[in-house]
Design a protein around this ligand. Structure first.
Ligand SMILES: *[C@@H]1O[C@H](CO)[C@@H](O)[C@H](O)[C@H]1NC(C)=O
Ligand SMILES: *[C@@H]1O[C@H](CO)[C@@H](O)[C@H](O)[C@H]1NC(C)=O
Ligand SMILES: *[C@@H]1O[C@H](CO)[C@@H](O)[C@H](O)[C@H]1NC(C)=O
Ligand SMILES: *[C@@H]1O[C@H](CO)[C@@H](O)[C@H](O)[C@H]1NC(C)=O
Length: 431
């Protein structure tokens, strides 16, 4: 009896004790598309009309998202990043879209995106100017929040350039209040901790109360070293950031760059698997009008998306590492566990990894069912804690599994799994 109570306490302590921003949004990690990594600040519509930041780009993405199964897979938000506005505010001090590139204006674009059953995201900045030197929102938070609400925008990405870091907290909180005051629920994506970390340890209690997701670390780029750096940052700060994640508020490791130029297919699988484990927002930045079928199938893989969107809403974390491998695990509803085994060696061929050394494999005492999700879907049937099987993991690739304790042994399995559970577990599990 006392043991059960203790267990519940431990579980309760692990789940987000912290209140999330109460706007009814982001109860699961946000899914959609965001222009930045792929299209950046391309404003040259005369010479590059297909790739410049213009209303056409978002309308075409919205069209493809509906036609090509993206919407059905769960990708919902079509998001504008920097470089959309005019360099001047209008006579009433409101932001306005660049008239050449957005002749219809943002309200019309939102209506178009909504007519497709999708949602529109926009971008602004907490400081003097945006990172690309368009007008910032400092001094205009209420005006800008009301403008976005009037335009029927559904998400705001609020960047953190050009503000003294000592004002970041009040700036982000003021905008959160301004959005609330409009009466329209607008998903609020922040970069507060990213800009605060160089000076000070951010207050994740306050951040979770203020934002629906928050960037912690540098922008992703189209390379494996960028993905590795983001994962390394995340695992080395997991004690601080993982407990802050849960329904209503998520850590945001930045965009999925799958379907671009810089990642091999194995590396694309690693990004998809690990972003699912991290309960990360799945915001693709790629050209959906022209994407290779394998990347498309990976991004639309319903088993991986289900891990990301699992209703328990717990962020996974790294549980073991060696020179060549990392193991990351995410508790799922139904007492299951998602496990990613990543081979960090970028030379040679596939490496064998024995399943019995996966920390969470203890839920297989006495038995469990195992399903491999990546690299191929494969039901591996009933296993035991002594199962003598090894995964074969490609260099820089990831094998993704789900493990479910056999029904009837739930109590024991659950207890075993959670017994040593702590985000600190990593340190005691060097392979
Ligand atoms: C504004 O905040 C209150 C209190 O947290 C909340 O109940 C309400 O739903 C919020 N409204 C919007 C539009 O976010
Ligand atoms: C930021 O604000 C603090 C506190 O007001 C001030 O001491 C500091 O000089 C400011 N930094 C810059 C770069 O303006
Ligand atoms: C936030 O709002 C408070 C109260 O209105 C104000 O005093 C403060 O200057 C604002 N901070 C920023 C950064 O806008
Ligand atoms: C962090 O923010 C919370 C909620 O806003 C506040 O109650 C708490 O005092 C803050 N913690 C620190 C160390 O400033």
């Amino acid at each position: 009896m006392e043991k059960t109570a203790l267990l519940l306490l431990v579980l309760g302590g692990l789940r987000s004790v912290v209140e999330a921003l109460d706007n009814g949004l982001a109860l699961k990690p946000t899914m959609g598309w965001l222009h930045w990594e792929r299209f950046m600040c391309n404003t040259d519509c005369d010479n590059d009309p297909d790739n410049c930041i213009s209303e056409r780009l978002y309308m075409q993405m919205a069209d493809v998202m509906v036609k090509e199964g993206w919407k059905e897979a769960g990708y919902e938000y079509v998001c504008i990043d920097d470089c959309w506005p005019s360099h001047q505010r209008d006579a009433e001090g409101r932001l306005q879209a660049d008239p050449q590139r957005f002749p219809g204006g943002i309200k019309k674009l939102a209506d178009y995106v909504h007519s497709k059953g999708l949602k529109l995201g926009i971008y602004a900045d907490v400081g003097q100017t945006t990172c690309a030197r368009y007008p910032g929102s400092l001094g205009y938070y209420e005006t800008d929040a009301q403008t976005f609400a009037d335009w029927d925008v559904d998400l705001l990405k609020f960047d953190g350039c050009f503000l003294n870091w000592t004002l970041l907290g009040e700036g982000y909180i003021n905008m959160s209040k301004a959005l609330n005051k409009t009466g329209k629920s607008i998903l609020y994506s922040c970069e507060w901790p990213l800009y605060e970390w160089p000076f000070n340890r951010p207050n994740y209690t306050a951040i979770r109360e203020t934002c629906n997701h928050w960037r912690n670390y540098v922008d992703v780029s189209d390379s494996w070293s960028s993905i590795r750096t983001i994962l390394d940052w995340t695992s080395s700060h997991q004690d601080i950031i993982v407990p802050a994640a849960g329904p209503g508020g998520w850590n945001d490791p930045d965009m999925l760059v799958i379907g671009n130029f810089g990642l091999s297919h194995d590396q694309q699988e690693s990004q998809m698997a690990l972003w699912a484990i991290m309960a990360a927002p799945l915001l693709m930045s790629n050209d959906l009008r022209d994407i290779c079928p394998r990347s498309k199938a990976l991004l639309q893989n319903k088993h991986i998306i289900a891990i990301n969107q699992d209703p328990l809403g717990t962020q996974g974390y790294r549980t073991a590492k060696s020179n060549n491998f990392e193991v990351w695990e995410k508790p799922l509803s139904n007492n299951s566990l998602a496990v990613a085994v990543m081979n960090l060696q970028d030379i040679g061929g596939p490496q064998k990894f024995p399943v019995v050394v996966i920390p969470g494999w203890k839920i297989c005492d006495p038995r469990c069912t195992v399903t491999q999700i990546l690299p191929q879907y494969k039901e591996m049937g009933v296993q035991t804690k002594q199962s003598d099987i090894a995964l074969s993991v490609n260099p820089t690739g990831t094998t993704l599994l789900t493990i479910t304790p056999i029904k009837g042994n739930f109590r024991r399995a659950h207890k075993l799994f959670w017994k040593n559970e702590s985000v600190k577990r990593d340190q005691t599990n060097t392979l």
